[in-house]
Ligand binder design. Sequence first.
Ligand SMILES: *[C@@H]1O[C@H](CO)[C@@H](O)[C@H](O)[C@H]1NC(C)=O
Ligand SMILES: *[C@@H]1O[C@H](CO)[C@@H](O)[C@H](O)[C@H]1NC(C)=O
Ligand SMILES: *[C@@H]1O[C@H](CO)[C@@H](O)[C@H](O)[C@H]1NC(C)=O
Ligand SMILES: *[C@@H]1O[C@H](CO)[C@@H](O)[C@H](O)[C@H]1NC(C)=O
Ligand SMILES: *[C@@H]1O[C@H](CO)[C@@H](O)[C@H](O)[C@H]1NC(C)=O
Length: 436
Amino acid sequence: MIPRIVISLAFLISANAVAHATQIYCDTITKDDRNSTINDMCKIVISDQKWNTSSVDLSSVILPKFEKFSLIGINGSFSLDDFFSTKTSLEKLHIYGSVMHVIQIPAKLESLLVTGCQTRQVVIANTDEYRYGIHTLVLVENQISEIPHRIDQLIQLKSLDMANNLLEKVNFTEFNGLKELNFVDLSLNRIRVVSIEMVDLPKLLKLDLSQNLLKSIPRNFGQLRALDDLNLSYNKLEYVEMSHFNGLTKLKVLDLQFNNLLIGSLAPAILPALEVLRLESCHLQQLDLFGIEMPKLKKLYLNDNKLEYVEWFNKEVYEGAGLNLYGDRNPWNCNWLPEMHPRVKFVRQQDRIICRRFEKNVCCVGNDYTTERKADRRWQVVKEQNRQIFMVLEEQQDKVRILGENCGMIGEQLAEIENTLAKVMRVVEAIAARVD
Ligand SMILES: *[C@@H]1O[C@H](CO)[C@@H](O)[C@H](O)[C@H]1NC(C)=O
Ligand SMILES: *[C@@H]1O[C@H](CO)[C@@H](O)[C@H](O)[C@H]1NC(C)=O
Ligand SMILES: *[C@@H]1O[C@H](CO)[C@@H](O)[C@H](O)[C@H]1NC(C)=O
Ligand SMILES: *[C@@H]1O[C@H](CO)[C@@H](O)[C@H](O)[C@H]1NC(C)=O
Ligand SMILES: *[C@@H]1O[C@H](CO)[C@@H](O)[C@H](O)[C@H]1NC(C)=O
């Protein structure tokens, strides 16, 4: 327990003090966990019993000589800019244990944390008068349904944490211009749509979109070119087109675990820096690495899927120095193992005790490595890929129509492509029918 310390403010109240100034004292002083020049944090409990934010002239409150404050017990929204107007600089403000539906970001603050305050709206002023100094914005566990408007005004922003809110869509173009932005956490929201158009975020290293409702990934992920760590786990992803990650030349960690996935690559996919790929619990029945280049891959997690083998996991695709594969609880087929790349090492499995047959650290369940099942699974991917091609064609056709008559020829060509695709599909269907 930290003893309750009441700060004497006598030294603060000078002759210049405004007529109806309200003095505020720290209820407790806590050590702030982060290192900084001024380590202490002043905690102020704002309750109706003590004073009433709506009856006090906020712009004349006198605050103790601290640079870090925490406010608790607030019920209602009031202007933080007014409240802190007598402060010339302010390092950190943490608001919790309060109800504050609207938060206006104070201009001079460096770091703002609003946690569990039922906040619905975050207001960023449209101003040329001052530049926002904020570099850390934490708004976790609130009820915010939109990325704050004019977020691009927070030009110093390095870290944005909006985990556990009610966001439904994110448009990364709105962040454009945030040259220092390094970390974005949007996990535990209800995000269904992510759009990435022309955007330059040269320092965005870590993006967490886990625990949302994404069904597909945007085509232009490559625009977030600095990404080092991308978390898409615990979503509703059905098909991941690996080539949509092209351009992420620095990506080291890609987490796709706990989705209901098909993995495909319509175009060659290249992830030159990828070291860790997590695909646990993805209901994977099929994984074909053909055309997916990951030369630096060190760890591949495939636990808890329905895989019998990994297609094309051979010398042609994997040229790295060595890779650990984690593959517990899959019905691995033993006949596949000799085809596997020699530098791929299965990490000893936990299910050793219940396993009847071990080969090269792999619990082998079956031997019937039949073409029939292989064709069946391949077919699932082909169908999904065709769906994707048709989607692109549809989008392009709309654009072509907007441009008008000159594009008649392109329209014909598109129709030709569609016809050809339909023919290919019929042939594939015929082949599949023969396999059955
Ligand atoms: C805080 O300072 C101590 C010693 O000065 C250092 O060991 C520690 O890494 C610092 N922590 C952070 C988060 O910077
Ligand atoms: C707070 O001040 C407002 C405006 O003066 C007043 O209407 C309200 O009743 C006050 N609340 C309390 C709890 O004193
Ligand atoms: C906040 O104030 C409103 C009325 O202004 C009241 O209905 C509500 O119960 C208060 N909430 C808390 C947590 O004190
Ligand atoms: C994304 O934001 C940009 C800039 O604000 C806007 O031009 C664009 O239309 C938005 N895109 C979508 C899909 O909302
Ligand atoms: C991704 O997010 C999930 C859930 O939020 C978490 O369990 C997992 O550890 C994260 N992955 C990485 C690589 O940090």
